[in-house]
Design a protein around this ligand. Sequence first.
Ligand code: NAP
Length: 300
Amino acid sequence: MTANLIDGKAVARQIEAAVVAEIQRLGYAPGLTAVRVGNDPASEVYVRNKAKKADELGLRGTQRIFPAELSEAGLLAEVAALNADDEVDGILVQLPLPKHIDARKVIDAIDPTKDVDGFHPFNVGLLHLGRPSLVPCTPAGVMRLIDSTGVKIEGAHAVVIGRSDIVGKPMAALLLQRSATVTICHSRTRDLGSVIHQGDIVVAAVGRPLLVTGPMIRPGAVVIDVGMNRVEVDFADRLAHDPDKLRTLAKNGSVLVGDVDFVRAREVAGWITPVPGGVGPMTIAMLMQNTVTAAERRRR
Ligand code: NAP
């Protein structure tokens, strides 16, 4: 058996088209402001891509960039100004923040109606109560990917690996809301493989390259790989069975791999996401969707 590929880029394009249509219906361009502090190279790329995608879809994307020395009070003042600015519908503060800034304080300071990352405790509470809220983008995107397969979530056993506040926990809440039977695994889970094997749906959000092996997967399962791990030449042995990744590794000196052993899991699963090209493109698309949702709710 070879699993069907879930094409994250194609599903993301559908969501982006819906965002464009909603903006036209609204008749104005919702504003999204991305705040970055310091020069973390990955954050630079993320923030730039988010602002660019916003502009491409007809939102007003703005970047606010501050030096790493910005004080916590300075960042809180910036958040307060964005909260008060009626032109701003969505605020996102790119994580991680420099060590001298308490990320929790900053997240808590964002107006929950503009919290398009869905990280504010108010939105987290609404999500767990099953009420309308701004939902964290990555797990919201994963739900769209699962739905794109046509596999029924209700009654399925969903195994989520990882319990972070930004992926694992909201993922489990969303699956539970859709009446899956949900198991959450983490670093202390005993006999991880046999728990994963019970999953009709498996979502891996761990950050450990190729942690989930082929034999762990239940035949026919839907496998969603959130993990993004950049590995270098010392990892080549573990990729001996994956000529595509080996080629990229040889060419670039590093390669992006997921938490799932894609080649082996694909031989068993019914549906599977690649890395890259699976969950990644969905995260930005859902951020755009959240910004439009925030704008609609605020101006209702
Ligand atoms: P995180 O905060 O580091 O959380 C990782 C989770 O995995 C923790 O709950 C941890 O358990 C668990 N874990 C660690 N080792 C484990 C093991 N050996 N067995 C079982 N569970 C284990 O990571 P995150 O922010 O959720 O991100 C997870 C991955 O997703 C990363 O690779 C990240 O880059 C990627 N990601 C991708 C996107 C995207 O757009 N594609 C977005 C967000 C994140 P404990 O709680 O017990 O420590």
